[in-house]
Design a protein around this ligand. Structure first.
Ligand code: PEP
Ligand code: MG
Length: 580
């Protein structure tokens, strides 16, 4: 039995057999094999080379017939690599000497060669060959992992997924009937894969360091998504304890579900609006069941992920319309595509950026891809006649971006006018406050925005310069940091002065310990992940605004994140002891 502590990112408990999943960029964990398995692995490696050569030869021939000179040359270079006997020998020698899997040997050997090319910065031609080597690595790994990667999409029994790192796209593809838990070496509380796990209601723990080196496929694994614990091959007594704990957890969930019909009102009668965050149209019904009063954040970019072709206007329209119909006259805030960083379209995956979270992401990406952006805006506007649709632009960093995005929206409106297509001319247009620059210029931005929604996941990341998905710095990542809290306070004050609505839609809104603080700062609308609505409502119904104001005053006078986090945790523990 091995017990590991990581970061709890999605609540719940599960016990199941593990399925090891390799990450999409094929970073392969080192897995050792028995010496009796070495010949089998060597044969697998040889077959992968043989199949890749056959595949490339066919592609090269097809290009030759079509007269595609440059591409044909690239294939010829790749073929020369694959036919190189010394390369193949390096791979098979490694399997033999180190008793590792074929995929690990292929990945290690090719990445060493690529790194060698990359460091040859003097000769641009040679350093560019690194990309070819990565491409060859991917081609070989596709052969070696192909069937396993398919497995995850066609599961027939319940599993607990164990991976080094999961992308949001991969996680979004999990079938929640079969994937009962998730554990990964990498990741942070607000990484998008974690957010998706939470919306799917799959218990998950991340930042487990080298868990993939400890777990083998088929091992029994307990995932405790409440306490951030993973137990590999538990003994009988531990399994019994967890079965009991699971029953208690389910009982608490049921108890909290009974407050579904009750309003989110503080003890002194202040109504708080609880909206939900969704990624897929089918989550709208679940949100409604949990007591959500509308959608505060529809992460539409998930329509783009997990597929090889872009969604056309009609397909997008149908997805938005389906969601709007569920909520009839209640608000549905559709955020325009937040692509880039860790959420790539198939096309962009092949062109990585050095600092993707500081790169061509989100609204910046849309403003450089106008056809795609306009198609989305048309689809949203067409759906706007069906209910109370609002548009929200993500990652605004300055007023020009907002003006430009609004100008494009007006262009699209004119196109629709010309085509006699109906839409809501007075549709509200808001922005997410996710960057320190937006927070610091909130008073200016408020003049051109109908509402603000504070995206605390990114705001925390950019304020503290801490990658939200990097487990190595996860202890530094906290929305309770005084710097983040001061920016949030500024944004709320500026929104009040400009008399526009302001809400919080980052994960901070889903965490019971932050509720009192956010109410004390003046927030009256929260948008959160559906499974957490009952718990958050319970906290709201247990406090008065005066309690919240007092707590907030004390917190704002504190200087350290640690002190603030401990204070907030203590305060909520008194209100909702069962949840801890
Ligand atoms: C945020 O950054 O807080 C947010 C809600 O957006 P996302 O998590 O999708 O980046
Ligand atoms: Mg964000």
């Amino acid at each position: 039995m091995e017990i590991r502590k990581g970061i709890a990112v999605s609540p719940g408990v599960s016990i199941g057999k593990s399925l090891i999943v390799d990450s999409e960029d094929y970073r392969i964990p080192r897995r050792e094999i028995e010496s009796s398995q070495r010949m089998g692995e060597i044969q697998r490696a040889r077959n992968a080379f043989r199949d890749a050569i056959e595949e490339l030869t066919a592609l090269e021939r097809a290009q030759g017939e079509a007269g595609g000179g440059r591409i044909k040359d690239i294939f010829a270079v790749h073929l020369r690599f694959l036919r190189d006997r010394s390369l193949r020998r390096k791979v098979t020698d490694m399997i033999h000497a180190d008793s590792v899997t074929a995929e690990y040997a292929v990945s290690t050997v090719l990445r060493e060669i690529a790194a060698h090319f990359e460091t040859n910065v003097k000769d641009a031609y040679i350093s560019e060959r690194a990309a070819d080597v990565y491409d060859i690595e991917r081609r070989l790994l596709r052969r070696l992992l192909g069937t396993k990667r398919e497995d995850i999409l066609h599961l027939s029994e319940e599993v607990v997924v164990v991976a080094r790192e999961l992308s949001p796209t991969q996680t979004a593809g999990f079938n929640r009937d079969y994937v009962k838990g998730i554990a990964s070496d990498a990741g942070g509380r607000t990484s998008h894969a974690a957010i998706v796990a939470r919306s799917l209601g799959i218990p998950a723990v991340v930042a487990l360091e080298d868990l993939t080196e400890v777990v083998r496929g088929g091992d029994t694994v307990i995932i405790d998504g409440n306490r951030g614990i993973v137990i590999v091959n538990p003994d009988v007594e531990t399994i019994h304890q967890y079965e009991q704990y699971y029953r208690e957890f389910v009982a608490l969930e049921h108890k909290l579900d009974t407050i579904r019909e009750k309003p989110a009102v503080t003890r002194d009668g202040v109504k708080i609006t609880l909206l939900g965050n969704i990624e897929f149209p089918d989550e709208a019904e679940i949100l409604l069941e949990k007591g959500g009063e509308g959608i505060g954040l529809y992460r539409t970019e998930f329509l783009y992920l997990n597929r090889s072709t872009d969604p056309v206007e009609q397909e997008q329209y149908e997805a938005y319309a389906e969601t709007v119909r569920v909520f009839k006259d209640r608000p549905v805030v559709i955020r325009t595509f937040d692509l880039g960083a860790d959420k790539y379209t198939q096309r962009r995956r092949s062109a990585p950026e050095p600092n993707p979270f500081l790169g061509l992401r989100s609204i910046r990406f849309c403003l450089q891809n106008l056809t795609m952006f306009k198609t989305q805006l048309r689809a949203i506007l067409r759906a706007s006649v069906l209910g109370q649709v609002k548009i929200m632009f993500p990652l605004i960093t300055n007023i020009q971006e907002l003006m430009q995005a609004k100008m494009i929206l007006h262009d699209v409106m004119e196109d629709l006018d010309e085509e006699n297509i109906k839409y809501n001319r007075d549709i509200e247009v808001g922005i997410m406050i996710e960057t320190p620059s937006a927070a610091l210029t909130a008073s200016t931005l408020a003049r051109d925005a109908d509402f603000f929604s504070i995206g605390t996941n990114d705001l925390t990341q950019y304020t503290l310069a801490v990658d939200r998905g990097n487990e190595l710095v996860s202890t530094l990542y906290s929305a309770a940091d005084p710097a983040v809290l001061r920016l949030i306070r500024t944004v709320i004050q500026d929104a009040y002065k400009a008399q526009i609505d302001v809400s919080v839609c980052g994960e901070m809104a889903s965490e019971p310990e932050y509720v009192m603080l956010l109410l004390g700062l003046g927030i009256r609308t929260l948008s959160l992940t559906s499974p957490m609505i009952p718990e958050i409502k319970q906290v709201i119904r247990s406090v008065t605004i005066e309690d919240c104001n007092n707590l907030t005053r004390k917190v704002l006078a504190m200087n350290s994140e640690r002190q603030i986090a401990a204070y907030l945790r203590n305060a909520v523990r008194k209100i909702l002891p069962e949840a801890f």
